[in-house]
Design a binder for this molecule. Structure first.
Ligand code: NAP
Length: 309
């Protein structure tokens, strides 16, 4: 039986529509809209697309969205100065510095930036203060991708309490916060990674399987317990025609798309998992749009808290 496809794009539209009246109410009460500052350093094409989407959706829900674009030659100190000035700006409620930062800034640049962002404006949920609050299950701002996944699971009526969950990936931005959010909702959680032995067997235990790896089609049907909920976080650009044909078939829609564009986007989950899973997030149109909708929700939350509303 084919899995139920979880429509992240549709849900993201609903979430934005739900936010709009609250944004208008905030604007009327405070005399200004919630303010979101987006900082984009360098020329990474994917980052430009993500930031463009964040700007468009933020403006649509009624935020003031300021885009601070800087060349790849910008120094880390200049970025930190910009963040400090945004921390001090009373009209800005949320600050997002798009990752990755240019490699020339050094390997600990992202950490230094996150350490500098005011936790009250940390709408990405990456500061140590907000991560600590998440560990302790206290109120704070939570990383958008895992928070968006939980929002979707709850709105879709998918059971979390009492289930076995496996999260593949232990990054600070997806894997670890995802595992904590599932744990706080009473799942029994395993975090798997590149050193996990017999990964397919570990994954087959899962009622909820979250793949946050960054390897196209890595999670095959033999990783999946029949009927499991499979959440595909991966966003991989596949450029090799042979791979596209291997995953999707000769003459498939994706193959045709590859012939037009030279690449296709796909997740970490192999297309044939659809035949085994009970529910599945597609890529594109699953977790990606939810992440951006959650950024909007976090920005409104930050704005309301800063005004003690
Ligand atoms: P990351 O920091 O590179 O982490 C990847 C994780 O996958 C690591 O923990 C790594 O294990 C694990 N891994 C790699 N190869 C593995 C293997 N063969 N077996 C088991 N585990 C393996 O990536 P990330 O930032 O978490 O992102 C993961 C994916 O999600 C990427 O495709 C990214 O583009 C996508 N993403 C999507 C959204 C969205 O909005 N849809 C948001 C964020 C990220 P080790 O720790 O042992 O190396």
């Amino acid at each position: 039986m084919a899995a139920r496809l979880l429509d992240g794009a549709g849900l993201a539209r609903t979430m934005r529509a739900d936010l709009q009246p609250h944004v208008h109410e905030f604007t009327a009460r405070v005399g200004r809209p919630p303010g979101l500052a987006l900082v984009l350093v360098g020329d990474d094409p994917a980052s430009h697309v993500y930031v463009g989407s964040k700007r468009t959706h933020g403006t649509e829900v009624g935020f003031r969205v300021d885009l601070h674009q800087r060349p790849a030659t910008t120094s880390l100190e200049e970025v930190l100065d910009l963040v400090r000035s945004l921390n001090a700006d009373p009209a800005i409620d949320g600050i997002l510095v798009q990752s990755p930062l240019p490699a020339a800034m050094g390997s600990d640049a992202a950490r230094r930036v996150f350490e500098t962002i005011d936790p009250a404006k940390d709408v990405d949920g990456f500061t140590a203060e907000n991560v600590g609050r998440l560990v302790q299950n206290r109120e704070g701002l939570v990383a958008c991708t895992p928070a968006g996944i939980i929002e979707m699971m709850e709105r879709e009526g998918l059971t979390i309490a009492g289930t076995r969950a496996v999260v593949i990936g232990r990054s600070d931005i997806v894997g670890k916060p995802m595992a904590l959010l599932l744990l706080h909702r009473h799942a029994t959680v395993t975090i798997a990674h590149s050193k996990t032995p017999d990964l397919p067997a570990v994954c087959r235990e899962a009622d909820i399987l979250v793949a946050a790896i960054g390897r196209a089609g890595f999670v095959t049907a033999d990783f999946v317990k029949p009927g499991a909920v499979v959440i595909d976080v991966g966003m991989n650009r596949v450029t090799d025609e042979a791979d596209v044909v291997r995953f999707f078939g000769e003459g498939s829609k994706r193959h045709l798309a590859w012939q037009q564009r030279g690449s296709v986007l796909m997740g970490d989950v192999h297309p044939r998992v659809e035949e085994v899973a009970g529910a599945l997030t597609p890529v594109p149109g699953g977790v990606g749009p939810l992440t951006i909708a959650m950024l909007m929700k976090n920005t409104l939350t930050a704005a309301l808290r800063r005004q003690s509303l």
